[in-house]
Design a binder for this molecule. Sequence first.
Ligand SMILES: Nc1ncnc2c1ncn2[C@@H]1O[C@H](COP(=O)(O)OP(=O)(O)OP(=O)(O)O)[C@@H](O)[C@H]1O
Ligand SMILES: [Mg+2]
Length: 303
Amino acid sequence: MIRSATSSPLPSTQNGAVIMPNSAQTTQAGNDSAVESDLNAPVDLPNRIDVTNLNIYYGAFKAVEDVSMTINPQSITALIGPSGCGKSTFLRSLNRMHEVIDGAYVEGSVVINDKDLYGPGVDPVAVRRKIGMVFQRPNPFPTMSIADNVLAGKKLNSKRMSKTEAAELVEESLRGANLWNEVKDRLDKPGSGLSGGQQQRLCIARAIAVSPDVLLMDEPCSALDPISTLAIEELMLELKRTYNIVIVTHNMQQAARVSDRTGFFTIEGTGKPGKLIEMDTTEKIFANPAKQATQDYVTGRFG
Ligand SMILES: Nc1ncnc2c1ncn2[C@@H]1O[C@H](COP(=O)(O)OP(=O)(O)OP(=O)(O)O)[C@@H](O)[C@H]1O
Ligand SMILES: [Mg+2]
């Protein structure tokens, strides 16, 4: 069942706690533990990501320590935690964007489709093509047309396409990003002429145009108004049928509304590495987490 962000009631809060996370996962079962174990069990489908003992460094500084997690395909995984705990750093390590920073490196493994992204001979550019990224601020190329923005990644990555192929890809990607109807009459106009929410959907169209396996999203709605935010959330719920989606968010309600599983990261103090404290079904993390630190964070007592 595809849930709609707008048709499901918003999570309500009680003492700051989000008490109605992603309820569609549990309504049918009547047996919470069975549902939880299903969602937590590694899914044997393509594009599952298995992270094992990952340490992430900026030079001598260890920013993230010893993270192991399984990220299931055809689902949305939310990463939450206080500022500076390493969520963005961790996300960027999932498609080898981390190492574009001078002196940055990782230890450990990130395996997808039986291949360690950090194994010998793996081309980071090929990894980034298969594992796309959408950033906090919509970043279309401002002077490029809407159509060319959609094609930007494709043109960088492959040989020339025919005009017909390009037009088809533009339409398909914009439809996939729920933007086609709004822009179909101005495809040759600059991407910068769109609203913030439209620009973010344009960036999603650009990301999906290269047919990635995974979509990483770092606070994709933090610069957007609530209506655009709901549009992106609806889109994510549709896209998860096809993609493995990982989203970093500071918005607890958003994590509760869209994600299937949630990982909580935190940091003990300045200069200390961020750690994954707990990962479970979103239902469990928000309603009944195992760790006190998680409880404190999701109820707003910390961070
Ligand atoms: N380019 C960089 N060079 C050196 N240190 C960095 C770099 N980027 C991030 N860091 C450090 O790594 C740690 C984790 O940062 P990161 O941006 O991953 O946190 P975050 O959880 O995404 O925070 P926020 O919620 O504020 O976005 C911080 O201590 C940060 O200062
Ligand atoms: Mg961040």
